[in-house]
Design a protein around this ligand. Structure first.
Ligand SMILES: *Cc1c(COP(=O)(O)O)cnc(C)c1O
Length: 497
């Protein structure tokens, strides 16, 4: 079955999977979605005997139908290799009564590695298939984790350059250091004075700027995206939902066909949307628990049907979820409208012009598979402490948000369905928030690297190479610009005039 992708804002804008990956964002400003979902015979029994790489192939081959078996297997092999510190790639751990799907065993110790270790290979393969000889310029906004994971993936990849924008004051010191020490002649990291939403909005503007595209084309360059607006980010993520389910079957934790819940720490809505797509192809999922931090715009949306971005922006201890405009929600909205591109477009226009939109009652009914709530900073710290003292298991703050919100869900619904908490980062990426929560006191004098050592001693958890290798690595990037000057900076980097 051949799968094509169309834009959420124009159903007549139809492209092949490889073209969708190459473009990143549709020219009309919409996001590419599958025109129809692949016909799937999810043979869980068979999948439960497979390795991560094999499951990834089964799932991805259906969505990327213009990739040959050889091409896709080659991409998968290059992506999910010894960069991961476990052969299982995405191990699932039982802690207390819950299951944690650990997605942080890749080279940058956050779940972004699951998709970004394969995206560069998919993109280069896609470029070859499209016979494109233009150099690809990856333009990326990051709330902390995407930037490093994308640069690690694209560093020194021939035919590509990557430019990352991050909020100078909105990432953890370890996240910032990971980015600023990034090697590779084709990597550029730029801090901005605004927040993640400013970075993302201005990146999207550059994508949609026709005269800028023309200037690029004259230099034989072309933009693409490593953010989860690129369908090439979402498709690899569907695989770990299927793998998690198959592993629970393999370990006799659930019966074949038994429904399970997933609690997902959510920012740009990419991770949870991949789960929704897994459900669409038949994975037995009961509820998605959409967990937010104090930036709880999604909680309000799922409860009221109104998405309202006019609210204060908070910097929290779970910075990768500090987002007020969740890009991938546009894809869900499109599906909720019954695949109506003009309605979707008008909601998105309202969001830009009025700062809000309200979905219809009919659409709201279709949100029944989602429960949403949020955890404050104190509640997040409390969750880290509780799980550590009860189970000697250390959560990073993002995962703790998902754990806490799952407790609220259980209290409210008494639902006893088995639940997987999606673990998105290693605690070592956020040592301050984690050790302060465990010890119940603030440690203002210690540097993050000293806190890494304290965490190591307290938790008896080995320190990942991703952290030790940046401790005394040289800072290679130091540019900071105003968020209004991002385009000028891109033009300067690319020598466009
Ligand atoms: C990016 C990120 C999230 C949010 O994921 P989305 O796909 O943007 O919803 C959560 N936790 C961590 C650690 C992340 O890096």
């Amino acid at each position: 079955m051949e799968i094509k992708y169309c834009s959420t804002r124009d159903k007549t804008n139809i492209v092949s999977p490889s073209m969708a990956i190459l473009q990143g964002l549709a020219a009309d400003g919409g996001l590419y979605v599958p025109q129809e979902f692949p016909d799937f015979d999810l043979d869980i029994k068979k999948l439960s005997k497979m390795s991560y790489q094999e499951v990834a192939f089964e799932v991805m081959s259906k969505f990327l139908s213009d990739f040959t078996e050889e091409e896709l297997k080659d991409c998968i092999k290059k992506a999910y290799d010894a960069k991961f510190d476990t052969l299982q790639i995405a191990p699932i751990k039982k802690v207390g009564a819950n299951y944690y799907l650990e997605l942080f065993h890749g080279s940058t110790i956050a779940f972004k590695d699951m998709a970004l270790s394969i995206l560069p290979h998919l993109m280069i393969t896609a470029a070859k298939k499209q016979k494109s000889n233009q150099e690809i310029v990856i333009l990326t906004a990051t709330s902390g984790d995407t930037g490093k994971a994308a640069m690690a993936g694209f560093s020194d990849v021939p035919g590509t350059k990557i430019i990352v924008f991050y909020p100078k004051k909105g990432v953890s010191p370890i996240q910032e250091r990971q980015m600023l020490t990034q090697k590779g002649k084709n990597t550029y990291v730029v801090g901005i004075t605004g927040n993640f939403d400013d970075a993302q909005t201005n990146v999207k503007k550059m994508f949609n700027n026709a005269s800028l595209s023309e200037k690029l084309a004259q230099e034989n360059l072309k933009f693409s995206s490593a953010n989860s607006i690129n369908i090439g980010r979402l498709v690899p993520q569907i695989a770990y939902y299927v793998y998690a389910y198959a592993q629970l079957v393999a370990k006799n934790q659930i019966q074949l066909g038994e429904k399970i819940n997933f609690s997902v720490p959510t920012g740009n809505f990419g991770n949870i949307l991949a789960g929704y797509y897994a459900k669409k192809i038949g994975l037995p999922i009961n509820q998605f628990i959409c967990a937010s931090n104090k930036n709880n715009v999604l909680t309000d949306f799922f409860r009221s049907g109104t998405y309202n971005k006019k609210r204060p922006f908070f910097i929290t201890n779970s910075p990768s979820m500090d987002i007020l405009v969740s890009s991938n929600l546009e894809r869900l909205i499109y599906h909720l409208t019954g695949e109506d591109a003009s309605k979707t477009k008008s909601f998105m226009n309202d969001l830009v012009i009025k700062g809000e939109y309200t979905i219809s009652e009919e659409m709201k009914v279709k949100l029944a598979g989602f429960y949403a709530n949020y955890a404050s900073e104190e509640e997040t710290a409390q969750e880290i402490q509780t799980v550590f003292s009860e189970n000697a298991y250390v959560l990073d703050p993002h995962t703790a948000v998902a754990g806490k919100v799952y407790r609220y869900y259980q209290e409210e619904t008494q639902d006893t369905t088995k639940t997987v908490i999606v673990s998105t980062a290693s605690p070592y990426k956020f040592p301050r928030a984690v050790i302060e929560a465990i010890l119940g006191k603030s440690l203002p004098k210690e540097t993050d690297f000293e806190l890494v050592e304290q965490l190591h001693q307290k938790a008896h958890l080995s320190i990942p190479t991703a952290v030790t290798e940046i401790m005394d690595a040289q800072i290679l990037h130091n540019t900071v610009v105003h968020s209004d000057e991002m385009q000028q900076e891109v033009e300067r980097i690319l020598n466009l005039n």
